[in-house]
Each structure stands twice: as structure tokens, then as C-alpha cells.
Design a protein around this ligand. Structure first.
Ligand SMILES: C[S@@+](CC[C@H](N)C(=O)[O-])C[C@H]1O[C@@H](n2cnc3c(N)ncnc32)[C@H](O)[C@@H]1O
Length: 374
């Protein structure tokens, strides 16, 4: 209870807009839940959801269904037309924007799941006008496991995977569950890298958490087929997020449509390697430029005898520091310490300078060898 009261005490700060008000009710709801007051928490979540729903700007979410992308919408319709799914499943409902768009065009059952209570509640209200839509409050993996085992294995099902937002990336597991349960799954994954078209953006949460090739290896091992949009990103509208379509082998043939191109993992790896090669080339050119700059600095320094001068200065400093030490006779402990430190400093400086010069000379040799200069 202390937590929730502390929390509420922060509230007098001004409320900026509707979204801010909804955020605060959501925070309050979470605090109430943590304090064990679940009835009150439900009311606060419901209020946050009601405020969300009343804000037309919030309801647009990235410009409407499928991130406001006309090309993606056409792709969805073409895939549905070609594969005739008996149902559609979506993971990650958020504000139900894409669910609503699909429900206006598909009359079969649509099941969607959301892990956040606020979004779940507002989507449930928003989508209540569609008798064929069911919204679930659930983690995507549990949702897929529970729902898919009730489906007939050999019937085509379209699944839109869009529940990747947080640290935990459920995608690989989601695909595994789908492949375990269905022989004719058609899966569209939002926010995916399109290997031949960098104009599409995709999710990158770190090297092992990017929506790229790696995540499809499991599906490929099970003979899954991979497709990408043929539409170039520059002709796409809206948020221009990339996507990937993965199917079970049993239905891949149906996807010979102009909106999609098939890609094997090998094709993709070759594209990746080409990209890596290109960036290595760019990096090599940059390094040679850097080397050539250093070489000319070294040449100038050598011409002007600067390196020798610096070395001599260093040696001189060492020698004078040493003789100062000798001349000091019976130095006081303070002087002796100072002289020792000074000597040490000069020695280090000298060593560094020699090392620096060695590196520069090696770089110069490499540079000359590269340029074919004797
Ligand atoms: C990108 S949004 C979905 C957008 C929505 N599909 C649309 O097109 O309008 C991602 C949603 O997935 C939800 N989410 C994240 N991880 C999840 C999980 N493991 N299970 C279910 N939902 C999840 C987030 O709370 C968020 O609402």
C-alpha cells in the first residue's frame, strides 16, 4: 500500500496531453496491482484504455493498419487471396490498428494477443464491433501454443508476428510453435530486414537480437520457405518497415505471386557477405588514407629532423635529470623522490617516442609496399 500512496503523491505535476494522462493511469494501475489492489488496478487500467481510445491521434499508430504501408496492405491481400486461410492470428495487438484493418477485409476468425493490459483492454473495446475478432491478454508464445493446438493441422492459417518490442524477443520460439502445430502456416513477420533492399527499416536490439537471417535458421531447418516483398522500399508508403513471409513447405507453392520473391538462406548469406566485403573495402580505403597521412607526417618530421630532435631532447632530459640526481650529493628524501620520478617520466617518454617512431616507420613501409614504391 505504501508504494501506491507514494506513487499517487507524485501526481500533481501537470498533465501534458491525453497520452500522458493515459500513461499516468497505467502507472497507477501497475502500482495498485503491485500493492495487491487488483479491483482498483482494473479500474485504472480501464481508464487508461478509455483515454487511449478517445484520442484519434493515438489510434492511428504509424499511419493506420500495417504501419500505413500501402504496399504491405496489397501484399497481405494478395497472400490471403492466394492461400485462403481459415483463420488469422496476430501477436502484439497494441492499439488494434492492424487488427481492425484486417477485420474490415477478412470475415473468418481473427485472434490477436497482447501482453500489456492497457492495450489489451482498449483493443477489446475498439474491436468489439467485429464478432469474428477475439482479443487475448497473453504472452504470444502461450497464446500460440494454446490456440494452435485447437486448429486442424492441415488447414491454412495466416499468422502476423508483431510482438517484438521488449528485451525478450519471442520470434524464434513463436516460429517453432507454429511449425510444430501447422502444416500450412503462412507467417508474415513485421519489422524484418529485407536483404536486398536497405530502404526498408527493421528491428535491431543487438547482434543476437536483430530481425535478420539468424532468426530464420530454425524455420529453414524444418524446410520452411522464405519470401520477401518485390516492391522496392522507395515505392512503399508509411513507415517503410521491412517484412518477411515464411511458410511451411506444404503451402509454399501457393505463394508464386508477383508481390513476393523467394529467397534461400544461402542467397541471403551471399548478400550479407557482399555487404561485409563492401564495408571492408570502404574501411581499407579509409585506413590507407590514414596511413598515407601518417606517412607524410613522418616524412616531414624526418626531413625537418624533428624525430631526432625529439629523441635528442628526450635523451638530454634523461641525462640532465640523472646528473641532477648525481650532483644532489646527499639529497633530502623529498628531492630523491622527485628526481626518481623525473627520471622515470623521461625514460617512459623516451620509450614511447621510440615505439611511436617504430610504428610510423612500419606504417610507412606498408604504405610504400602497397603503393609499389621502393
Ligand atoms: C509493434 S506493436 C504491435 C502493433 C500492431 N500489431 C499494429 O500493427 O498496430 C508490439 C506490441 O506487442 C506487444 N508485445 C510485446 N511482447 C509481447 C509478447 N511477448 N506477447 C504479446 N504481446 C507482446 C507490445 O506490448 C506491443 O503492444
Amino acid at each position: 500500500m505504501t508504494n501506491s500512496l507514494d506513487h499517487a503523491a507524485k501526481w500533481p505535476s501537470p498533465i501534458m496531453n491525453q497520452a500522458d494522462a493515459a500513461d499516468r493511469f497505467e502507472e497507477l494501475a501497475k502500482a495498485l496491482k503491485a500493492a495487491g489492489l487488483s479491483d482498483l488496478s482494473d479500474v485504472a487500467f480501464d481508464t487508461a484504455a478509455t483515454i487511449d481510445l478517445a484520442d484519434p491521434e493515438l489510434q492511428k499508430s504509424w499511419g493506420g493498419g500495417f504501419n500505413g504501408q500501402e504496399g504491405r496492405r496489397a501484399l497481405f491481400l494478395a497472400v490471403v487471396e492466394a492461400t485462403k486461410p481459415t483463420a488469422i492470428l496476430e501477436t502484439g495487438t497494441f492499439r488494434g490498428t492492424t487488427t481492425e484493418w484486417m477485420a474490415e477485409r477478412f470475415s473468418g476468425p481473427i485472434l490477436t494477443c497482447e501482453v500489456q493490459e492497457r492495450y489489451y483492454l482498449q483493443s477489446r473495446k475498439k474491436l468489439s464491433r467485429f464478432p469474428n475478432v477475439s482479443v487475448f491478454l497473453s504472452d504470444s508464445r502461450a497464446f500460440l501454443r494454446e490456440q494452435l493446438r485447437t486448429f486442424e493441422r492441415d488447414k491454412p492459417v495466416f499468422i502476423y508476428l508483431d510482438a517484438h518490442w521488449y528485451d525478450d524477443l519471442p520470434l524464434a520460439e513463436e516460429l517453432e510453435i507454429i511449425f510444430d502445430n501447422l502444416e500450412k502456416a503462412v507467417v508474415m513477420i513485421d519489422d524484418y530486414e529485407v536483404p536486398f533492399d536497405p530502404g526498408y527499416s527493421y528491428d535491431y536490439y543487438g547482434p543476437d537480437k536483430a530481425l535478420t537471417l539468424n532468426l530464420l535458421k530454425g524455420a529453414a531447418k524444418r524446410d520452411g520457405k522464405i519470401f520477401f516483398p518485390t516492391l522496392p522500399a522507395e515505392r512503399e508508403t508509411g513507415a517503410r518497415r521491412g517484412c518477411c513471409v515464411v511458410t511451411s513447405p506444404g503451402i509454399a507453392d501457393k505463394l508464386k505471386i508477383s508481390e513476393l520473391q523467394p529467397v534461400t538462406l544461402q542467397d541471403w548469406r551471399v548478400t550479407e557477405l557482399k555487404g561485409e566485403l563492401e564495408s571492408t573495402r570502404v574501411e581499407t580505403a579509409r585506413l590507407y588514407q590514414e596511413l598515407s597521412r601518417k606517412a607524410s607526417v613522418l616524412a616531414t618530421a624526418e626531413t625537418a629532423g624533428l624525430v631526432e630532435f625529439e629523441l635528442e631532447t628526450g635523451e638530454y632530459q634523461v641525462l640532465s635529470a640523472l646528473s641532477e640526481q648525481e650532483n644532489a650529493g646527499e639529497p633530502s628524501p623529498l628531492d630523491a623522490d622527485r628526481l626518481q620520478m623525473q627520471t622515470q617520466f623521461v625514460r617512459t617518454a623516451l620509450k614511447n617516442e621510440i615505439q611511436r617512431r617504430k610504428v610510423l616507420q612500419e606504417e610507412l613501409l606498408t604504405m610504400k609496399a602497397y603503393m609499389g614504391i621502393e
